[in-house]
Design a protein around this ligand. Structure first.
Ligand SMILES: [Zn+2]
Ligand SMILES: [Zn+2]
Ligand SMILES: [Zn+2]
Length: 333
């Protein structure tokens, strides 16, 4: 029998998602379950959202035991979805036709809205893992969405930071970052609605963030034009990454939005990319100091990494143009 539960980590004050019975998850060498014509996908689609067959959370969760007195144990209530971004088995966000990329952004918003209506869901987390080094089990381009019964610790931290910044300065932290960074040296690309920067405070080697210019909290608030401009920024960012070295770059892409219950007027939605390559042949690991203490070390000046990325951005834009897509904004070479 499969178990889905959440266990309280009393030292950290957050939840651990426990799911047993997922060991039969497909691993790489099986026939692709996301290609058209597979049992769950069928034919006649361009972007497809499905329930994850091997979910970490369940709408009918069972628990395994009783919590000890110092902790808590609750059913692992939630939903896990997969968004298949293209019928093509190979590719990335920079090779998907632009109209499908806009549809992908739209689906992330619709899912946030729909999953967020469930009374048991507190947070909707859309993310994309790419590359075997990141542990991806299926190569077919896809993202995931976890609908969680709790607010993740990292988001709680961002909520606190943005609220206290507002209390101290009477302004939104991210709006202030956008205003200052768009005139500075760490900006890579900007269109009408979004900017792409390597943050002053980047932790991973070529970590980049996409910030909307408009102050908004959740994906479903994006206007039609903002969805198109977010798709544009995603295509440019990913094409830049895939032009950095001579291979398609593994990365994690996460959307940070507000919780779906309650109001969080000082939160500002954004997207973060984490990359693990310091150089083509050297990786950055989250090891003892990073993982054990959450104190990241960065082995180069962030501004020097921006210079490397500007060169990759130039090539990335050329590649997009070679595929017939003209970016809508201004690259900052
Ligand atoms: Zn496939
Ligand atoms: Zn803001
Ligand atoms: Zn964030």
């Amino acid at each position: 029998m499969s178990i889905n539960e959440i266990r309280w980590h009393p030292l950290l004050g957050t939840w651990v998602i426990v799911a047993s019975g997922r060991a039969t998850r497909p691993w790489r060498d099986v026939k692709c379950p996301f290609c058209p014509g597979a049992p769950e996908t069928g034919y006649g689609w361009d972007v497809l959202s499905l329930e994850n067959r091997y979910p970490s959370l369940s709408t009918t969760p069972s628990i395994s035991t009783e919590a000890p007195s110092f902790s808590r144990l609750e059913p692992g209530y939630g939903r896990c979805k997969v968004v298949i971004e293209t019928p093509e088995h190979e590719g990335d966000l920079d090779t998907i036709p632009f109209k499908n990329l806009v549809k992908y952004v739209d689906i992330l918003g619709r899912e946030t809205d729909e999953l967020g209506r469930d009374p048991g869901i507190k947070y909707v987390a859309p993310f994309r893992n790419k590359g075997e080094l990141i542990g991806v089990s299926i190569h077919h381009p896809h993202s995931q969405i976890y609908a969680l019964p709790f607010i993740p610790l990292r988001i709680e931290r961002e909520l606190e930071s943005m609220s206290s910044y507002y209390r101290e300065r009477g302004a939104c932290l991210v709006c202030d970052i956008v205003r200052e960074e768009e005139r500075g040296e760490r900006i890579l690309y900007a269109n009408r609605d979004f900017i792409l920067i390597l943050p002053f405070y980047a932790q991973w080697p070529h970590e980049c963030h996409i910030y909307p210019r408009r102050h908004l909290q959740l994906l479903p608030e994006l206007t039609g034009e903002e969805k198109e401009n977010l798709a544009d920024a995603l295509a440019v960012a990913v094409s830049m990454y895939n032009s950095l070295f001579s291979f398609s770059l593994p990365y994690m892409m996460v959307t940070h939005q507000a919780p779906v219950k309650g109001t969080y007027p000082h939160y500002h939605l954004h997207i973060e990319f984490y990359t693990i390559h310091r150089y083509a042949d050297k990786l950055k690991y989250a090891a003892g100091i990073e993982w054990g203490y959450w104190a990241f070390t960065y082995d180069e000046l962030q501004e020097n990494r921006v210079k490397e990325l500007k060169e990759a951005l130039r090539k990335g834009i050329e590649r997009l143009e070679g595929r017939g897509y003209d970016p809508r904004g201004e690259p900052h070479f």
